[in-house]
Design a protein around this ligand. Structure first.
Ligand SMILES: NC(=O)C1=CN([C@@H]2O[C@H](COP(=O)(O)OP(=O)(O)OC[C@H]3O[C@@H](n4cnc5c(N)ncnc54)[C@H](O)[C@@H]3O)[C@@H](O)[C@H]2O)C=CC1
Ligand SMILES: O=C([O-])CC(=O)C(=O)O
Length: 306
């Protein structure tokens, strides 16, 4: 298997490291900055002796090294600064994502694409339009990361391990994302039965603002350890054909009563990408919140440069 990561910045380079250390695929890392993907991958190759991986990792400013990839992950683009919303990146990142899709698809016509670049729901929608690929082959990082954050906060609150939490966060990877306490399971019990409404609200708010919290602390960068771990988790599900259900930014076609919009929903992931979109039995209030979130994404989609 071969995986390309486009964008050798914080998320892309950390992801490349995580993937090569898993040792199930060759990795190609591409960036526009001269020397950066070459230098970072040379550095990673010099860790093979200690880590023990045997697959190949190469870096380049040219797409030639990406040829024949099975998966292309797009992390290329601009990250927000403190005080900015992800939506403010739409114009500049749309140009980058369009270019990356065109160049990488030409050399890897059978690849699936995992979009990370923000605003991710809108960038995934753009990637689907530019590539003309079916929705099972183009999806984005959202709920795995947002769920990872919720799991961390729940673990702190209830004094359990984060891995004891099966989180459920859906909708936009942005201010209208929706945390579902009834579908967030902690050691077999719904979160809604473990903490009161006010605590559920606090946990949800911290999750929705999880990315901004990190930007406001770090100032010069947004999060990349949990984001790269989330993508590595999604890639592993595809590579091993695990059929694991993960919340990803996916194009809806009637599910949840929504169409022609990308939002985070539970999907079954395996070889070939999205095998199935899972429809949870949301109640009226839960469904209404998801629809509000879809409307927020539609607004950003309408701001895409023509
Ligand atoms: N969907 C999600 O949950 C998350 C999304 N993100 C988004 O991922 C993106 C990357 O974040 P970071 O890695 O932290 O940023 P970064 O600034 O560290 O790295 C971005 C890299 O993209 C490269 N790049 C720019 N234009 C390019 C092009 N045309 N072709 C190839 N490479 C190009 C830059 O040279 C830079 O090295 C941002 O848009 C960020 O908002 C980050 C974390 C989570
Ligand atoms: O906050 C950001 O801009 C980066 C991101 O999407 C996240 O960490 O959730």
């Amino acid at each position: 298997m071969k995986i390309t990561v486009v964008g050798a910045g914080n998320v892309g380079a950390t992801l490349a490291q995580r993937l090569i250390e898993k040792n199930f695929a060759d990795v190609a890392l591409v960036d526009v900055i001269e020397g950066i993907p070459q230098g970072k991958t040379l550095d990673m190759r010099q860790s093979a002796n200690m880590i023990g991986f045997t697959h190949k990792i190469v870096g380049s400013n040219s797409y030639d090294v990406t040829s024949g990839s099975d998966i292309v992950v797009i992390t290329a683009g601009i990250a927000r600064k403190p005080g900015m919303s992800r939506d403010e990146l739409v114009g500049i990142n749309a140009k980058i994502v369009r270019e990356v899709i065109e160049k990488s698809l030409a050399l890897s016509p059978h690849a699936m694409f995992i979009i990370v670049t923000n605003p991710v729901d809108t960038m995934t929608y753009l990637a689907l339009k530019v590539s003309n690929l079916p929705r099972d082959r183009v999806f984005g990082l959202s709920g795995v990361l947002d769920g990872g954050r919720l799991a961390a906060f729940v673990a702190e609150e209830l004094n359990v391990n984060a891995s004891d939490v099966t989180p459920c966060v859906m909708g936009e990877h942005g201010g209208s994302m929706v945390v579902y306490p009834r579908f967030t399971i902690v050691n077999g019990k719904p979160l809604s039965e473990l903490v009161d409404d006010s605590k559920q609200k606090t946990l949800a708010e911290r999750t929705v603002n999880g990315g901004a919290e990190i930007v406001s602390i770090m100032k010069t960068s947004s999060a990349f350890y949990a984001p790269s771990a989330s993508v590595a988790h999604m890639v592993s599900a595809v590579a091993t054909d695990s059929g694991m259900i993960m919340n990803c930014a996916a194009l809806l076609d009637g599910e949840y009563g929504l169409s022609d919009v990308v939002i985070g929903v539970p999907v079954e992931l395996g070889r070939g990408g999205i095998k199935k979109i899972v429809e949870l039995p949301l109640n009226a209030e839960e469904l209404a919140a998801l629809k509000v979130s879809a409307e927020a994404v539609r607004k950003t989609i309408s701001a895409l440069p023509k």
